[in-house]
Each structure stands twice: as C-alpha cells, then as structure tokens.
Design a protein around this ligand. Structure first.
Ligand code: KG4
Ligand code: ZN
Length: 347
C-alpha cells in the first residue's frame, strides 16, 4: 500500500504524543508534556509520568484527529511505541492503541521508539536512501545505526557503554545548578561561552580504545571531568565560569559523536547521515555535524528540532513504512517491552 494513513501514539517517557501521517506527510502532531511536574525532582518520576499520560491521552487523541481533519474510521493502521521506555508509561499508550485498533478493527503495530527517532526525518526530507547511517542521540540512548531499510533492516554498529549523551547533558546541568531537563539549558548557556576554554576528554577516542570501541561512546568520564573541574574552580576561585563550562562540555560531546559518525560512514561506504533523538535538537551538534559531513562529501538529513523530541508522528511514520512494506502487524495480544532492543523495528 502506498502512502498509508496511520495514527501513532507515544508514551514512553514524559511526553504524551499522538500524531497522524499519510506516508511521509505530516497531518497532525499533538504533544502534551508532563516535564513541569518532574522539575522539582530533577528527573522523570515514573509514577507521575504514568498518571499524566492517563490524563493527557484522550484529549491529545481528539486534538490530533481534529487537526488532521480525518475520520478515525479511515486510518489504515494504528502504531504505538512498544519500547524501550518506562513500563508504566508505555502501557498507557499501548492500552489506548489496542482499544482503538479493536474498536476500529484496524491492524496494530508495536513500534520501537528509537527507530521512530530515526524515521521521523522522512516527514521533512522524504524516503531515506538505503543504506543511511543514523546518529541517534537521546536521553536514554546514544548509538550509530546502519539503516538499510527503515521497515526491515537496521543494525546497531556502536553504542554508549555507560551514560547516554542526553543523560550526560542532564547530569552536567544539575551539577552546574541549571535545572531540568538540562540539554536545552546547556545549549542556551553555551551560546555565551568559549567552547575552547577547557579541554574536556573525548571518550573512547584514544588509540587503544579505538580497537575495541571504534564506534562506541562513553560519557561518564566526561561528566566526572566536568564535576572535578568545577569543584577545583570553586575551591580556588569561588566562582565558576558557567557559560565556558557549558560550551566546552557541549563541544566535547559534539566533537566525539560527529567524528565517530563520519568514521562509520567511511568504514561502511555510506554517504548519507540522518540525525535523530532529543539531543539532535542541540544547536552545536547540528552545526558541527553539518560542517563535517560537508567536508567529507556526505549528505546530512536533520529533522527540524520540534520533531527531534518525543512525539507521536515519529511512531506513525515508522508505522506507515511498515504498512507500505507489507510487514505483519503485531496483533492485539502484543505487550510493551521496556527493554526493546534497537535492532527490533516492531514487535
Ligand atoms: O529523545 P528524547 O526526547 O527522550 C528520550 O527518548 O530519551 O531525549 C531527551 C533528551 C534529554 O536528555 C534532554 O536534555 C535532551 O534530549 N535535549 C537536548 C536538547 N534538547 C533536548 N540536549 C542537548 N541540547 C538540546 N537542545
Ligand atoms: Zn526519545
């Protein structure tokens, strides 16, 4: 089927998203966030997120259907995030999707959230060329993924061995006293800082690490280095140049993830990079990746920032690709899988 009409539901973390797409065309993308309710805890509280999803899901669904101007009876399939994510949060979206699929008698696809972050770019730039190299940078994952076909063939070729990039942003923001979520706050603060002020470490780039972990990442050493630097600065000078720390930290992250992505493209003979995940909204990462791709003769595909953070349209997009490829639906007896592996596109 070409250009299937698909409704997608996302509820893996703190955003309740319902999106509608027709093939690669975005028709609606409604997102309700519970982030404000988590701020005072400095991170997402699963119980609060689950309750917020329950309250937000029906209004978000109504708004998405209205905004898309569709009749629910006309959708070709329902897609929902099956994992990875917080179990109690995932089941809210999965239950809603099952109810819809059952009531409307439509096929149901349990989609991998991470593949959604990669596939969402198709809403901005059309079908992905096969193969493409995806750089996936989110709050829970940081990976390099070879994408042969978004519906049938993905392979993780590198991943973080400790913290994810977004996690590092959030932890560094906390130790700088900036608040939560840290990514956007560091991004903003870094604009007034000098990225070369402090040379923070680039994880897994030393020669001996490159043998075993050429396409892998590590951010826990970077986080510790920032903590130590700030502590010494406070002790010796009383004051910390926050903007310089933010800019230098951001530079270290952007430098290492972009260098490894270009290296992976060259190793695998791939000339297209697609950026995805919440951290893909980061201004310096977007800029440096564009610069390095251009130097290497690689085409870069960057979805607009609003599509980078969690949303339902990204799930609907993968759902549409699955329908178009004739992939078997997951069925009404599917269960959420909080640890769904990246190589599994759909349940
Ligand atoms: O993909 P996402 O929305 O949720 C997960 O699937 O994890 O990513 C959330 C992460 C958070 O860690 C947040 O701090 C980070 O994305 N983030 C950013 C920016 N916007 C969001 N990190 C750096 N710069 C940004 N502008
Ligand atoms: Zn995400």
């Amino acid at each position: 089927m070409s250009d299937p009409l698909v409704l997608g539901i996302e509820s893996s973390c703190d955003e309740t998203g319902v999106g509608v797409v027709r093939g690669h065309e975005l028709l609606a993308n409604e997102v309700a966030s519970s982030v404000e309710e988590h701020v005072r805890f400095g991170g997402v509280v699963p119980e609060i997120a689950s309750r917020a999803h329950l309250e937000a899901i029906t209004p978000a669904l109504t708004r998405a259907v209205d905004a898309a101007g569709i009749d629910l009876a006309d959708v070709d399939a329902i897609a929902v995030t099956a994992g990875p994510g917080l179990m109690g949060a995932l089941v809210v979206g999965v239950s809603a999707a099952k109810a819809l699929a059952y009531a409307l008698d439509k096929p149901l696809y349990g989609v991998n959230h991470l593949i959604g972050h990669i596939g969402v770019d198709m809403l901005d730039h059309g079908p992905l060329p096969g193969p493409a190299m995806a750089l996936l940078v989110s709050g829970g994952h940081t990976s390099i993924v070879r994408v042969g076909d978004i519906a049938t063939d993905v392979e993780e070729i590198g991943a973080t061995i400790d913290d994810a990039a977004g996690e590092a942003y959030d932890k560094v923001a906390r130790l700088l006293g900036l608040g939560y979520p840290g990514g956007p706050l560091i991004d903003k603060l870094a604009a007034d800082g000098d990225p070369s002020a402090i040379r923070f470490p680039r994880g897994l780039t030393a020669k001996h690490d490159r043998q075993k972990h050429r396409f892998d990442f590590s951010f826990s050493g970077l986080k510790t280095a920032v903590a130590r630097w700030v502590e010494i600065q406070r002790r010796d000078h009383g004051e910390v140049p926050l903007a310089d720390v933010a800019a230098s930290f951001q530079e270290a992250v952007a430098d290492v993830v972009t260098a490894k992505t270009i290296d992976a493209c060259q190793e695998y003979g791939i000339d297209c990079v697609v950026l995805g995940g919440g951290v893909a909204a980061n201004s310096r990462l977007r800029e440096l990746l564009a610069q390095r791709c251009e130097e290497a003769g690689i085409t870069l595909r960057r979805p607009r920032p609003v599509l980078c953070t969690d949303n339902g349209a990204m799930i609907a997009t993968v759902g549409a690709a699955l329908v178009a490829a004739g992939v078997r639906p997951s069925g009404l007896d599917m269960s959420a899988d909080s640890g769904m592996p990246l190589n599994q596109i759909c349940l």
